[in-house]
Design a protein around this ligand. Structure first.
Ligand SMILES: Cc1ncc(COP(=O)(O)O)c(C=O)c1O
Length: 463
């Protein structure tokens, strides 16, 4: 592995001379040279000069077909002309402002209300998925007066104190570990973790603690945890158990919202949560997130409840920012109008990539599997993640496996594959990412060829 890493670092350095120099400057003034660790891969990240559609160009003049796509926000690819043109025209009319109410937020809210199919649903906007899920938890705690939060092992909902547990798989303690220093022990203790798609474990934990649990937060299509769809049985059980025990069910649709169809993926399952958090895609490339739910739940943050009884889900200098709302509306309007062609294309591209990547590795005798496939509820998906199981019988179908160094080779996925693909003009995260509507057949072909090159290198150096 070290020889392969050395070879790849050498190749990467050759093509990214300017990025390397600029990263040295960045390190002098920013912690670790930046602000988001996923963007700070080793030995150093390339620095982007521009991005358009499927590709990003760096300051050394290299072009990469990109599947990180703005943390999976860019469903139409980078810098979509549609959003760019309309926003530019609108900005020149002097419409850029924050600090006042403006019309586009209403239309965006109406779109989200339609998305979760609730006539009496209400929306509140904020500026990040982290804040949206944090407010959802606070709403649940405020309304129920309970002090426990239940989440999934492998579920990432942003870095809010209530949810910084059970994200990474820690040797020895699995998904029971805390994710950060600086958290009060009490908060960590009060966050419970259950296994994704495991009905028995859900029954057990709700049976033991149900009357103290304020909310159960879960992604209906697990994101960072492994790009795995929930089973219908699991979400239906989650709905019935939470209803029975007075627990607020929160769906985190920050990755899945508007990705599979111009709504939440929840409508495919036919399971209605009490609260839904949206983010990423809904901002049209801008900082928009939202919490949506029935009036009876959302009014937990109304002023009329009085200072002590209400949840302080309000404020935010940039919440409902006029430009962001406008961009989100352009994006969602386009997805709604173009749904019949956009979503089948995304699913087809994702399917083609997953199958071809598996074939590329199999052809070289390198054991690799992709996740991101749909199931009997979710027909297709634009998401793909590659795993390198250590044993022939390791099924990469649970976050407990996908994140366990003993079961899969994490360094190969996270570090070596990343560099091998960068060297061949493709940018991925966690071994894959999200296809956008801007990726063409020839981009997919070039991507498959790059995975083929990576597979050959793996074979040469590792197998
Ligand atoms: C499922 C999920 N929830 C919440 C978040 C946090 O969103 P943000 O990065 O906008 O704070 C993310 C971010 O990747 C996410 O994937």
């Amino acid at each position: 592995m070290d020889r392969l890493r050395g070879h790849l670092v050498k190749e990467y350095r050759k093509k990214t001379v300017k990025s390397r120099a600029i990263f040295r400057r960045a390190e002098k003034v920013m912690i670790e040279g930046g602000s988001h660790t996923i963007r700070l891969w080793r030995p150093y990240p390339f620095f982007a000069a521009s991005a358009e559609g499927p590709a990003v160009r760096d300051i050394d003049g290299n072009t990469y077909i990109d599947y990180w796509q703005g943390h999976y926000a860019n469903i139409l690819g980078h810098n979509p002309r549609l959003v760019r043109r309309k926003i530019a025209a609108w900005l020149t009319r002097g419409a850029l402002h924050t600090g006042f109410e403006a019309g586009h937020q209403i239309e965006l809210a109406e779109t989200l209300v339609r998305a979760v199919g609730g006539k009496d649903a209400k929306v509140r906007f904020t500026t990040s998925g982290t804040l949206a899920t944090m407010y959802a938890v606070m709403l649940a705690q405020g309304l129920t007066g309970r002090d426990l939060v239940l989440k999934i092992g492998g579920g990432w909902h942003g870095a809010s104190p209530y949810l910084l547990k059970g994200v990474k798989f820690h040797a020895g303690e699995g998904f029971e570990g805390r994710e950060s220093a600086g958290l009060l022990d009490d908060i960590v203790r009060r966050t419970l973790v259950t296994r994704f798609n495991d009905c028995d474990d859900l029954r057990r934990v709700v049976g033991e603690h149900g009357d103290r649990i304020a909310c159960f937060i879960v992604e209906p299509f697990l994101g960072v945890g492994g790009f795995l769809p929930a089973t219908r049985e699991y979400l239906e059980l989650a709905r019935s158990l939470t209803a029975k025990h007075g627990i607020i069910l929160v769906f985190d649709e920050i990755i899945s919202g508007f990705r599979f169809r111009p709504t939440g993926v929840q409508t495919l399952y036919g399971v209605k949560p009490d609260l839904t958090a949206f983010g990423k895609i809904i901002g049209g490339g801008h900082a928009v997130a939202a919490v949506v739910g029935p009036r009876a739940v959302m009014e937990g943050c109304e002023r009329a409840r009085g200072l002590r009884a209400r949840v302080l889900f309000e404020g935010g200098t940039f919440s409902s920012h006029s430009e962001y709302m406008r961009a989100g509306l352009i994006m969602l309007g386009h997805l709604v109008r173009g749904a019949a062609t956009i979503y089948p294309k995304l699913a087809r591209s994702g399917e083609r990539l997953r199958r071809a990547i598996e074939r590329a590795f199999a052809g070289e005798g390198v054991p690799a599997v992709c996740t991101g496939y749909g199931n009997d509820v979710v027909p297709g998906s634009s998401l793909f993640m590659v795993h390198f199981p250590r044993g022939n019988d390791t099924a990469c179908d649970r976050p407990e496996i996908i994140h366990d160094e003993r079961r899969v080779d994490l360094a190969l996925r996270e570090e070596i594959l990343k560099l091998a693909l960068l060297v061949h003009g493709v940018n991925v995260v966690h071994g894959g990412g999200a296809v956008s509507a801007a990726h063409r057949e020839r981009d997919i072909d070039a991507t498959v060829a790059a995975y083929g090159e990576a597979a050959r290198l793996f074979k040469k150096f590792l197998y």
